[in-house]
Design a protein around this ligand. Sequence first.
Ligand code: FES
Length: 346
Amino acid sequence: MTNLESYLLKFSEEEWLEAIEQILGCIHEVDRNAVQIWFRFYPLELIRFIQNAEDREEAIRSLAIQGDFELNDQVDTSHTFLYGHRHWKTVKAAIVAESKVFTNQTPTLVEEIKQIGMLVAEKLKVERPLINGIVAVGLMTLNQVGLDAFAATDGDVEKPTGIMAKSPDQIIRARAEDDSQGIFGFLKTDNKKYSVAYADSKGSGKFNIINDEEIASASARNQSQKWKERDERCWEGVVPVECRSASCGTCWVGVLGGQEKLTEVARRERRQVKVFGYRQPADPQPFLRLACQARAFGNVTIVIPPWNGVFGKKIYGNVEELELEPATTSAAKLREAIAGATSNEG
Ligand code: FES
């Protein structure tokens, strides 16, 4: 193990999140939500729990995990929704180079991220705030997969397309805009129509949403693709769903833009997200939501994680009493796994 790897291993998930919080002002607005979302999509304590489990398959089953939760096979792709992703090859090379020369001084995580960010920004001649976020993601990826797996892939990324091909400021503006309601739009009340732009590990697109509709129902009305072939958790639309009642945790999404145009988190969503183990920030309209609960009153941009699970109690131990409703899910396997994950509640 290199010095850099042992240094990174010292930090808990909590300390990583604190470091991200501290460095947020040095991350360009275009990636501020994206970086925080990425760190919630790939929780360190969950990975450590599974890596240390005697029976890996049983651990995964007991946490009701569905989909691809590990970074090993997505070293170059887990962060396509970051603007900084386009600089990944250089960032990755810089981290590999750093792992060869890092001596065990004791920088803070923030200092280490900024140090690498500065070198990459100088080399690429781009502003540091556009690099710091993807450097943080790179260091955590190294921390979770180890140097061999980290360095094994070539780091090539596809050229950004669509909105992501624009400048950072244009992206921010485009995400903030609402669809036009036509010349008589001002007369419309609840029949306004908006769009949800999405990105996931397979690509990006958008679907329509009616004013005050939940993201999950709007996604289900879009049958433009065979979603299940794309991700077997997608029974209806591009957003994976099961229960539609905040009971299963399948539909969690990150909100890259327009979080203020989603209804506030109600008590049930707040509580269930804790049960699932997702780290939803405490603000009323946070950047991490359940798509079956959040209703939109404007355009929003979301990113869909490639997995879901129920691990709040086992990993963080922060759930005192569980109230999972009888699931109306069609997947018996998931229902069984959730029951297993909560069986010691009596
Ligand atoms: S679909 Fe089950 S929590 Fe949203």
